[in-house]
Design a protein around this ligand. Structure first.
Ligand SMILES: *[C@@H]1O[C@H](CO)[C@@H](O)[C@H](O)[C@H]1NC(C)=O
Ligand SMILES: *[C@@H]1O[C@H](CO)[C@@H](O)[C@H](O)[C@H]1NC(C)=O
Ligand SMILES: *[C@@H]1O[C@H](CO)[C@@H](O)[C@H](O)[C@H]1NC(C)=O
Length: 455
């Protein structure tokens, strides 16, 4: 019994001696490192043992490492028992102490952490009763994580056959630094392995000797501890010959069109020149007297038309003639028969006369010129009359009739000329044609044509 009491007394003494010797409180932050996503609230735990006696004064302080290296730590929040809490201005509204002295708890809570909160923190507990034991404390690191920002996918190099290109992927921010991975998809959006020789390093995917098969989608995933983000690239690899061919095709098409235009212009010029040559040949070959070398194709058309009308008109005129002078009909027939030898010449001359008259009516500006030619022809008719006179020796009995008829023929022409002279100034070609047609219509007599005094 005495031994037991002695042992107890020894323990009491020992404990008293220990209490004096280890007056310092044991402070502990369970982990050396804490991670929290940016913007979240974080609580850094801190425990201390043994619980301070009720009569003692307990000081709790949380500090953070300064931005300046080798500088003293900066207070965040300090507590003095029983209830006084002081928060440094910098952390006001953000830092708080969650404490329970009896349970040895002194946690620090930080709200809405930022990347600037990534640093070393210290929990310090001091029981005033044990001043000689220093300041027990513990430290831990807080790492504020930042999710990777959406990366940017870019292509460096030409996406043409046989080229070497690189795809790059980069997130502007991310803590810790993100890692990158490229995944390739074919054009049908099915995943596929990257080409054998391709390398994917730090977000740079190198592709060598690309081909059409390289086309597809390339998705880069940027990942760190807390999150991942992606970017997406669509790649269409073209054959260099295709791009060259398209360029060459455009140039070639333009050149071809130009050439074609040139050829067309040349052909047109040749055609026109040939046509002109033809027209010149025609104009030089056809004129009866070589007087109309300057006429154009339209005039030639008129010439042809009047030639077609001519036989009818001369026949009609002859009918009118005949009906106006019934007596002369037989003679005229005789005469017609008789002049078989020169009828063609005569008709030809008449035709030419008609022809010129038509054209004269159409182009009255040449009137004077034609009149001169007409007069000239009349002189030639006079010559012909001389020839007729010569022939009269052989045709004595017919001469009078012939001369008579010929006189009337000339007479008619004279009267026609008179009429034409009277009306030329007020008749345009259409009106004249109407009048002319009505005159031709048998058996009516033109209203302004005077009757033959001999009938
Ligand atoms: C952080 O704490 C504040 C106050 O307690 C609260 O309003 C907010 O919702 C918390 N934020 C998160 C992300 O838990
Ligand atoms: C590139 O690929 C083509 C076939 O796609 C091959 O003929 C050529 O030799 C390759 N070039 C190189 C430099 O590997
Ligand atoms: C990539 O983009 C293409 C076209 O924009 C789409 O069809 C494909 O699904 C996308 N892939 C991913 C993984 O987002």
């Amino acid at each position: 019994m005495a031994d037991t009491l002695r042992l107890l007394g020894f323990i009491l003494l020992l404990s008293a001696g220990l209490r004096v010797a280890s007056a310092a409180i044991v402070v502990d932050i369970p982990q050396k490192q804490y991670k929290i996503a940016r913007g979240d609230n974080v609580t850094l735990p801190c425990t201390f043992t043994p619980p301070p006696p009720a009569e003692s004064t307990t000081l709790i302080t949380w500090r953070a490492a300064s931005d300046v290296p080798d500088s003293p730590m900066i207070d965040i929040i300090s507590f003095v028992s029983p209830t006084a809490v002081k928060v440094t201005t910098k952390y006001k509204g953000r830092a708080s102490l969650i404490y329970d002295l009896t349970k040895g708890k002194a946690d620090l809570q930080l709200l809405r952490v930022t990347s600037a909160d990534t640093r070393t923190y210290e929990c310090h507990v001091n029981v005033v009763q044990d001043e000689e034991d220093g300041t027990p404390s513990d430290t831990a690191n807080l790492i504020v994580l930042v999710a990777p920002s959406t990366p940017k996918c870019t292509i460096e190099g030409k996406t043409e056959y046989f080229q070497d290109i690189t795809l790059t992927c980069k997130s502007e921010e991310g803590t810790p630094t993100p890692t990158y991975k490229w995944q390739s998809y074919d054009v049908l959006n099915n995943p596929r392995p990257n080409p054998p020789k391709a390398t994917d390093l730090n977000g740079i995917l190198s592709l060598y000797n690309i081909s059409k098969d390289t086309s597809g989608f390339y998705v880069c995933t940027s990942t760190n501890e807390i999150k991942s983000a992606k970017c997406n690239l669509t790649m269409a690899v073209m054959a260099p010959s295709m791009s060259m061919a398209s360029t060459a095709g455009i140039i070639g098409a333009a050149a071809g069109a130009l050439l074609l235009l040139l050829v067309i212009i040349i052909i047109c010029c040749c055609c026109r020149r040939r046509k002109n040559n033809k027209a010149e040949e025609y104009a030089m070959g056809t004129p009866e007297d070589g007087e109309f070398t300057d006429k154009d194709p339209e005039e030639e058309d008129e010439h042809v038309r009047s030639e077609q009308e001519r036989p009818v008109k001369s026949a009609d005129r002859r009918d009118v003639q005949d009906e106006r002078s019934e007596r002369s009909y037989d003679r005229r027939s005789d005469y017609d028969d008789r002049r078989d030898q020169n009828i063609s010449q005569r008709d030809d001359r008449d035709d030419r006369y008609d022809d010129r008259r038509d054209r004269y009516n159409d182009r009255r500006d040449r009137n004077d010129d034609r009149q001169e030619r007409y007069d000239d022809r009349r002189e030639r008719n006079g010559d012909r009359q001389d020839r007729y006179d010569d022939r009269r020796d052989r045709n004595d009995d017919r001469r009078d009739r012939y001369d008579d008829h010929y006189d009337r023929y000339d007479d008619r022409h004279d009267r026609y000329d008179d009429r034409r002279d009277r009306h030329d100034d007020r008749y345009d070609s259409d009106r004249y044609s109407d009048r002319y047609d009505s005159r031709d219509r048998p058996p009516s007599v033109p209203p302004n044509k005077p009757r033959d005094p001999r009938n």
